[in-house]
Design a protein around this ligand. Structure first.
Ligand code: ADP
Length: 316
């Protein structure tokens, strides 16, 4: 089976129990939960039984240890997670507002994960990989961008593939070098996985069909657009497929896109037809939104099969 790797942040998330605005008074919090978009992605791939691993750095603290244990127990290769001697593991505090928007306080840029780089252990992991998944959220330091460039070069040189989820918060777009880093990722992408309108960050087109056609003409093999509660679409040179989302109660959308992405990439690497892969990825996303906590809603293949069987669908 093909081995997937990603490079990027591992953090803990601490969530407000009740909805409301911000953190300016004492409120009940829950956590720490294992988190970080690349970590959620790789945990989900591991749970589906795909060989996979992550290049990252955590602090020498409980927040780091809980993440590493979680990823290891779920089957990911954790050999390239470095432990920083002094900096703490990154954290994100999140509170949902009544309207579904979220307030965040991030402590990531100056945490242990800003030291992510291609250590000898990371180089060894890249050596064993067939596929690199790039997440835009990880492109916040020059060191990480350089590590991703080098891993991309090495994996492409041996005939491997790259997927790319821009996964970008608006404020990150203005970071120095961010647009160039996103452009470099796109240039090397085989499978592009934006959410909704994110595709328009990568083209001057204002119509989705035109945007997709332009990206396919630039050499991207396939585009998957994630559409939240609407489901997802797949496009390649032979046409388009839309798969509606499953009807579920949305408890916490954090991690849905990462889980969906891991499921789709896994199915794609296994050579599954796009319509089937979309169904499995939609089921994985739907299960993720039904559970509180960023990585708490990741699924095994048996759980996905049970979810589909309960809806009279057989996935695989
Ligand atoms: P991102 O978090 O990257 O923006 P989305 O919000 O589009 O990604 O969610 C990814 C996938 O998760 C969707 O394509 C869909 O399959 C599933 N999903 C997300 N929200 C819901 C929802 N409310 N109900 C059912 N499925 C959902």
């Amino acid at each position: 089976m093909k081995k997937i790797i990603t490079i990027g942040e591992i953090v803990v998330e601490i969530m407000a129990v009740e909805t409301g605005n911000g953190f300016r008074s004492a409120i009940p919090l829950i956590g720490p939960f294992a988190s970080g978009a690349p970590a959620i992605f790789i945990d989900q791939a591991a749970k589906l039984g795909q060989p996979c691993g992550i290049v990252s750095t955590v602090g020498n603290d409980d927040f780091g240890a809980l993440n590493v244990e979680r990823l290891r127990n779920d089957g990911a290769d954790v050999s390239a997670i470095a432990v920083h001697p002094t900096a703490a593991t990154g954290s994100a505090f999140v509170r949902y507002r009544q309207d579904g928007n979220r307030d965040f306080i991030f402590n990531i840029k100056h945490s242990a994960c800003s030291a992510i780089g291609l250590t000898p252990a990371a180089e060894a992991l890249v050596e064993t990989a067939d596929h690199l998944h790039i997440m835009g959220s990880a492109l916040f330091s020059d060191g990480i961008v350089a590590a991703i460039h080098e891993a991309t070069r090495r994996i492409k040189a041996k005939g491997g593939t790259v997927s790319f989820d821009p996964n970008i918060r608006k404020e990150m777009l203005e970071l120095p070098g961010m647009r160039e880093a996103l452009g470099h990722a796109l240039e090397n992408t085989d499978l592009f996985m934006p959410s909704g309108a994110e595709i328009f960050l990568f083209t001057k087109a204002t119509d989705e069909k035109v945007a997709v056609a332009e990206l396919l003409a630039r050499g991207i093999k396939a585009v998957v657009i994630k559409r939240g509660a609407e489901g997802a679409s797949y496009f390649d040179a032979s046409g388009a497929t839309l798969a509606p989302a499953f009807k579920v109660e949305e408890v916490d959308p954090t991690g849905a896109g990462d889980s969906f992405g891991a499921a789709f990439v896994t199915c794609w690497l296994r050579g599954m037809a796009a319509d089937k892969a979309l169904v499995i990825a939609n089921a994985t996303g739907a299960r993720a939104v039904g559970v509180k906590g960023p990585m708490e809603g990741t699924s095994s293949m048996a759980e996905i099969e049970a979810f589909l069987a309960a809806r009279n669908l057989s996935g695989v």
